[in-house]
Ligand binder design. Structure first.
Ligand code: GLU
Length: 288
């Protein structure tokens, strides 16, 4: 089986040290497995998109020498594909229109463990609704970095938001399938989303098995995840900075880079990283 992995940034801000770690780790894992590495722009949520962020991300990836092996796709241009999959879920009674707000749902969930209010009381035609997929059992799986993950029962969750936007879960599951991704290497902040994604893969009868590896997150001084929201510094694209940033990133990825690695060409820095790469050696967390 040919390895196919991806890096899927949302253009909500420029890349920072945390997103570079994810990009570099997913790239090294793909290349160490003689695999294909793709870049996918997850621009589904217009209110969160920052003007110019996609351009900044693509320029940074290029400066870092991280080139997608196939043309880059953008989720904003794939709405019809998501709609087809959504229609199929609804037609097969695997998803239903739901008008509950998050707080209504919370209150209802508290009343009974698993209340499918809108499934039993369909909202009137013409009301603005979201669509919720019927949850179910998600099997245990072994994350290549975080270790064994218990089986769980996933509650019904949103695949189309009430504001008419497709939810991340639907788009990511559909795209990973259609792009034949079989290795998902991404930040640990998405570990808890994985069971939902596995359930959705099952509902859509997707057969592609996926390996998951959830990387440790770089934390800010206050212990918070470094993120665009916490205004993490964008990475600089000067050559000296990139060399330093790559060797720092390798250190975080438990590669133990020699001090003089920094003086090499970028391509040789990656070559060294690919040779040394061992997913199983990665720490589950990074120190603040
Ligand atoms: N677009 C998501 C993010 O930027 C990543 C999705 C994924 O890797 O599954 O957080």
């Amino acid at each position: 089986m040919v390895y196919r992995g991806r890096f899927a940034p949302s253009p909500t801000g420029p890349l920072h040290a945390g997103s570079i770690l994810t990009a570099v780790a997913s790239y090294l894992d793909a290349k160490a497995n003689a695999g294909t590495w793709l870049v996918r722009i997850e621009d589904l949520d217009p209110p969160r998109i920052q003007p110019g962020a996609e351009k900044a991300i693509l320029e940074a990836l290029e400066a870092y020498g991280l080139e997608s092996d196939e043309p880059i796709i953008r989720q904003s241009q794939r709405l019809e594909i998501y709609q087809e999959h959504l229609d199929r879920l609804i037609a097969n009674d695997l998803a239903y229109r739901c008008s509950c707000s998050r707080s209504e749902l919370k209150a209802r969930m508290a009343l009974t463990e698993y209340d499918r209010f809108c499934l039993n009381h369909p909202p009137a035609d013409g009301t603005q609704t979201g669509v919720r997929v019927v949850g179910g059992a998600s099997p245990s799986f072994s994350d290549k970095v975080q270790g064994p993950q218990a089986a769980e029962t996933v509650s019904d969750f949103i695949v189309l938001r009430r504001d008419g936007l497709f939810a991340y879960q639907l788009a990511v599951v559909v795209d990973d399938e259609l792009q034949l991704i079989n290795s998902v290497v991404r930040g640990k902040d998405l570990l808890n989303e994985t069971s939902k994604q596995i359930v959705l893969q099952q509902k859509l009868s997707f057969s592609q098995h996926k390996n998951y590896a959830h990387l440790p997150l770089i934390l800010a001084k206050d212990g918070q995840k470094l993120s665009k929201q916490t205004l993490a510094q964008p990475v600089s694209t000067s050559l000296d900075h990139i060399r330093e940033s790559l060797t720092n990133t390798f250190g975080k990825l438990a590669l133990n880079p020699p001090k003089d690695l920094i003086y090499n060409d970028i391509i040789d820095i990656y070559r060294w990283g690919i040779e040394q790469w061992k997913l199983s050696k990665l720490p589950t967390d990074l120190k603040v």
